[in-house]
Ligand binder design. Structure first.
Ligand code: AMP
Ligand code: TRP
Length: 342
């Protein structure tokens, strides 16, 4: 149904909160950059309004917004081909987010596992925004009638909630097909890049030790050191993936190698069957350096001209608003808000 009524439009976002990791690169940015060639219209957002659901120092937020913009471009995103902007410059996100707060049921939000993980025992003290965040994420996607949402595995539940919100809105207001049912795109070997110190934990910006993650801005020396010190087990690599079932650290390194080199994890294991870590780890570290260092070098060059990055975001915001505003206006009308200026 969605396919017939709505164009193939991709929307995705990343929070400008602290540094970017290899997980963000492989699970998100690298995949985003490949989508325009596959016939999708693409809209990518620096979701600054999501970032402030937890405290952000204002000047660091500005820095992180520009750095993420630079990371998208340095990774190969062409701002003339994809729309690239920061969320707070397009007011439709907040406005549709409010409407969705009134569609979404509290019981649905209570099932969001990421909120439970993030809030932990502190649930009484976290911001209301952190709790409502998935409803704003639904607005991000649906303000563009986006049909496809490339994300890492951790965001699957939020995209499913977006589908529920779209269906409830369409049903409550008797507008079948107004909002599409967006598909999560969770593909490739890097759906969930794990910590280098614990193969059962997601690699994240906020893990306590910097040795757990590779940052997109790490120097070659630091990348080499982190892979050298990465936790593994004493066994050599087997000749099939099934044999890695109970070896999460080994599996993670094989998947990272596969995602960096654009081959399947099966192909990596076939090539390295029987290899000891003394051979595999340096090969992986060299590969990571060869992919990441040119990107961080280009990011640093882009960061030397913040005014140009701001201009790119402004242009992107104008293009984004041109799509979102008519959809928001129609939504307001459907809801029953009087539109005096129409
Ligand atoms: P965030 O940094 O939480 O805003 O995440 C931005 C995007 O990166 C989302 O699509 C996440 O699913 C993805 N992502 C973050 N960490 C990882 C990871 N360790 N493995 C795979 N994808 C990730
Ligand atoms: N919630 C996502 C994350 O934490 C970021 C995000 C916000 C997003 N809005 C989105 C992702 C819309 C995809 C589509 O990673």
């Amino acid at each position: 149904m969605t396919e017939a009524v709505h164009t193939r439009r991709v929307f995705s976002g990343i929070k400008p909160s602290g540094g970017l990791t290899l997980g963000n690169y492989l699970g998100a940015i690298k995949r985003f950059v490949a989508l325009p060639e596959q016939g999708f219209e693409t809209i990518y957002c620096v979701v600054d309004m999501h970032a402030i659901t937890v405290w952000q120092d204002p000047s660091e937020l500005k820095h992180a917004t520009r750095e993420l913009t630079a990371a998208y471009i340095a990774s190969g995103l062409d701002p003339d081909q994809s729309i690239l902007f920061n969320q707070s410059q397009v007011s439709a996100h907040a406005e549709l987010g409010w409407i969705f707060n009134c569609v979404t049921r509290v019981g649905w939000m209570n099932r969001m596992t990421q909120f439970k993980d993030k809030a932990g025992k502190n649930a009484e003290k976290v911001s209301l925004g952190l709790y409502a965040y998935p409803s704003l994420m639904a607005a991000d996607i649906l303000a563009y009638h986006a049909t496809h949402v490339p994300v890492g595995e951790d965001q699957k539940q939020h995209v499913e909630l977006t589908r529920d919100i779209a269906a409830k809105f369409n049903n409550d207001f008797k507008v079948p097909d107004f909002f599409p049912q967006p598909e999560p795109m969770i593909e490739g070997p890097a759906k969930r890049v794990m910590s280098l110190r614990d193969g059962t934990k997601k690699m994240s910006k906020s893990g306590e030790s910097d040795m757990e993650r590779v940052n997109m801005t790490d120097s070659a020396e630091r990348i080499l050191k982190k892979f050298k010190k990465a936790k593994t087990d004493p066994e050599p690599l087997p000749d099939n993936l099934d044999a890695l079932k109970d070896r999460p650290e080994a599996r993670n390194l094989v998947d990272i190698y596969a995602a960096l080199s654009d081959v399947s994890s099966e192909a990596v294991i076939a090539e390295y069957a029987g290899a000891q870590w003394g051979r595999f780890k340096p090969a992986l570290a060299d590969l990571a350096v060869s992919k990441l260092v040119p990107i961080s070098t280009r990011m640093a060059a882009l960061m030397d001209d913040p005014a140009e990055l701001d201009r790119i975001l402004a242009k992107g915001a104008d293009k984004a608003a041109a799509i979102a505003e008519p959809i928001l206006a129609k939504t307001y009308d459907i809801v029953g808000f009087v539109r005096s200026h129409q």
